[in-house]
Design a binder for this molecule. Structure first.
Ligand SMILES: Nc1ncnc2c1ncn2[C@@H]1O[C@H](COP(=O)(O)OP(=O)(O)OP(=O)(O)O)[C@@H](O)[C@H]1O
Ligand SMILES: [Mg+2]
Length: 368
């Protein structure tokens, strides 16, 4: 089973750097999501691993075999890399029915008629498109076509599967169902999945590891909950999580061992970390996830309600403290009148301190 190693891979077009010195090891059987804003280099990365785009420099190794090396002059074609892919602009064969579209790849691989029939039925069922089996692509909606494309890609059980925003045409409900199916499928097949998305929720829920990119540069490569709880820098912290993390300007006072005095929202707090805080000084940015600002009558900080956004299971309350607007997420449906006073506290051992200049996360800890 394959492990994919990407070493110092750069892709340039003229002076423009699309992907900058990428180093990544994708473990065998992993479900990796490449996440990042539009234009950050996700599709380019995927295409380079798949063999559809030639890197400017670097080396790519799949299953112990060097499939690309700029120095050794190796560039193995996509067809010989034993990978399946499903791209943003998938194209179904218009002159073939849904059934034929899914069966075609298996016929090329010389599967027996019986095995093909069984596999296609299985895929039609899994993707909930059995009733469209005899239709042509032009007779299907965009979402239905996308499901056929997924079925066609998964049918031959590829060892490595690359997917580029495969669920983007589906409505929210179907997308949720397909995520569940993909996650099961990953376990069932034991294949390595590399999945591109700019949807952070999708990346969080599906992946064993997220590779978060910005402007061609990897910002963090870690399991989803590490990316969420211990973001490497301000960009990662801001990109992951909805509503986004609160970033509050703070000022460090005296530091002693694992604790530091922090001035924040006009009050003084003591920040305690697991590690020594030597070198921490001056202006910092304090990052607090909205779920760590619970509203309660005996909260230590007073603010006023800016707006309340109930969404059923939870409610986001925007709270104004001085010039700062904070987000607090509370479980259940709540409603507060605009401009009324409200009390809240900071409650978590996952409060983050970021260096202003580099944006790097310096420490995480609790604040009293
Ligand atoms: N053939 C090309 N020539 C020049 N620039 C290119 C080419 N292909 C891609 N780029 C540029 O490289 C950057 C990365 O593109 P890429 O398609 O990898 O982004 P992406 O992260 O997949 O974005 P999206 O989420 O919008 O699909 C973009 O700025 C894009 O304009
Ligand atoms: Mg893309």
């Amino acid at each position: 089973m394959p492990e994919i190693i990407i070493k110092n891979v750069t892709k340039r077009w003229g002076n423009f750097v699309g992907v900058d010195n990428l180093n990544l090891t994708i473990e065998d059987g992993a479900f990796i999501t490449l996440l990042g804003p539009s234009g950050c280099g996700k599709t380019t990365t995927l295409r380079m691993i798949a063999g559809l785009e030639t890197p400017t420099t670097g080396e790519i190794i799949i299953d112990g075999q060097t499939v690309f090396s700029s120095t050794k002059g190796i560039n193995i074609s996509a067809a010989k890399r034993d990978v399946g892919f499903l791209f943003q602009n998938y194209a179904l064969w218009p002159h073939m029915t849904v059934y034929q579209n899914i069966a075609f790849g298996l016929e090329t691989l010389k599967w027996s008629k019986e095995a093909i029939k069984e596999r296609v039925s299985e895929m039609l069922k899994m993707m909930k498109i059995e009733q469209f089996s005899a239709r042509y692509p032009a007779e299907l909606s965009g979402g239905q076509q996308q499901r056929v494309a997924i079925a066609r890609t998964l049918a031959p059980k590829p060892k490595v599967l690359f997917m580029d925003e495969p669920l983007s045409n589906l409505d929210a409900k179907l997308r949720g169902e397909m995520r569940t199916e993909l996650k099961r499928l990953h376990v069932d097949t034991g294949s390595t999945f590399v999945y591109v998305t700019h949807d952070q929720l999708e990346a969080m829920t599906l992946a064993t590891k997220i590779c978060l990119m910005n402007e061609g540069v990897v910002q963090q490569y870690d399991p989803p909950l590490t990316v969420y709880g211990q973001p490497a820098n301000l960009f990662v912290a801001d990109f992951v999580g909805n509503p986004t993390m609160n970033f509050i300007p703070g000022r460090i006072g005296s530091v002693s061992g694992n604790s530091a005095e922090v001035e924040l929202l006009g009050k003084k707090f003591t920040f305690t970390s697991c590690c020594p805080l030597d070198g921490l000084k001056g202006d910092v940015t304090v990052g607090i996830r909205p779920e760590f600002l619970p509203i309660s009558d005996n909260g230590s900080i007073v603010g006023s309600v800016y707006s309340t956004l109930p969404s059923g299971m939870e409610t986001t309350v925007k709270i104004k403290v001085g010039d700062t607007i904070l987000s607090s997420v509370m479980f259940g449906s709540l409603n507060y009148d605009v401009d009324t006073d409200i009390r809240f506290s900071i409650y978590s051992d996952k409060i983050l301190l970021f260096e202003n200049e580099s944006g790097r996360m310096f420490a995480s800890g609790s604040m009293k």
